[in-house]
Design a protein around this ligand. Sequence first.
Ligand SMILES: Cc1cc2nc3c(=O)[nH]c(=O)nc-3n(C[C@H](O)[C@H](O)[C@H](O)COP(=O)(O)OP(=O)(O)OC[C@H]3O[C@@H](n4cnc5c(N)ncnc54)[C@H](O)[C@@H]3O)c2cc1C
Length: 351
Amino acid sequence: MQVDYIIVGLGLAGLALAEGLKVNQKSFIVFEDCSQNSSLVAGGMYNPVVLKRFTPVWNAEEQLKVAIPFYQQIEKQFGQDYLVDLDIYRSFKSVEEQNNWYEASDRPFLNRYMTTPILPNQNKNVNAPFGFGKLTHTGRLKTKALITAYKAYLTSKGQLKNCKLYYDQINIKDNIEYHGISAKNIVFCEGFGLQQNPFFKYLPLREAKGELLTIHAPHLKIDFLLKSSVFIMPIGNDHYRVGATFNWKDKTNIPTIEARQELVEKLNKVIHCEYRIVDHVAGIRPTVIDRRPMVGKHPLYRGVYVLNGLGTRGVMIAPLMAQNLIDFIENKVPLSYELDIKRFEDKCFNQ
Ligand SMILES: Cc1cc2nc3c(=O)[nH]c(=O)nc-3n(C[C@H](O)[C@H](O)[C@H](O)COP(=O)(O)OP(=O)(O)OC[C@H]3O[C@@H](n4cnc5c(N)ncnc54)[C@H](O)[C@@H]3O)c2cc1C
């Protein structure tokens, strides 16, 4: 079998790349072994404002310009809704934070999202004595539904192999040869799985394990994403996702009692009504020391590329990064230094 691309991994990065290649009429085959699940468990929130400091997220405007039409185009193809508009209510801890909000909400770009005046809390089941700042034009992507549908689509086209790609069985000659497949290029989109990859294990990927609960809280009745010490995201039928934790040491996808306790303790300080925990999931966010994605070509091997480091914001970043990588490979458009893995080239030669 002859293809233009082998894609390794079908999380948000692999999906964005596959769809981009399809639009560019390139042939490809995807390998997916379910060893990582960051994209499947993600809250799926997209929001261009850093909620701690009230500053713009890096490159947010460019990312959203590409991401929203990208997901809408897939919605149209599949006849399903994956994007959900959802305002975010940022709960304040103090009058000082309220003042910081007012100041930031006047700034260009931020003023499109951060609204005033500050809203008082009107829900007796929520603890928010200093009220909320409301963000609009934000929302969530139903990542699990999207990826599940995309897998089914690729399967129907014979473009998905549900198995691990073994690195030591790749043969790089003029083309990339793997188990009877000959490809011009191979792109690794393995999320945290990259740490096993001998081609790219020199890249400084850091694991940031995250855990989320799903609760059933019939009396809570909020129709916005509440951001306090945890986020509480309505997902329909009185169910809410509550998250997320950060753990920089644990490299497994296994939910832990400690994270559950942490989330419950924080949640109990934010809401007063009864709830029942109905699900608990964990995944590893692929983050990078300098908080920028890692995109580009291997310094030594022709046709070997990576698309990774989407960190905590895969929903917004993935479509633009995939587009940049395709432009780089197919049209020789240089990658910006901030995201190009060239910035870590010395680590490859000094390993
Ligand atoms: C708890 C939690 C909450 C989050 N919330 C949000 C949020 O609200 N908004 C947001 O934008 N982001 C969020 N994120 C971050 C987001 O999930 C990541 O940025 C994104 O999912 C990374 O996508 P990826 O495709 O790079 O990696 P992954 O989703 O990990 O995908 C990599 C894929 O490669 C496969 N793979 C790996 N190695 C191989 C191999 N050798 N052969 C075959 N297949 C392989 C894996 O099985 C996996 O499916 C959250 C993450 C977590 C854990």
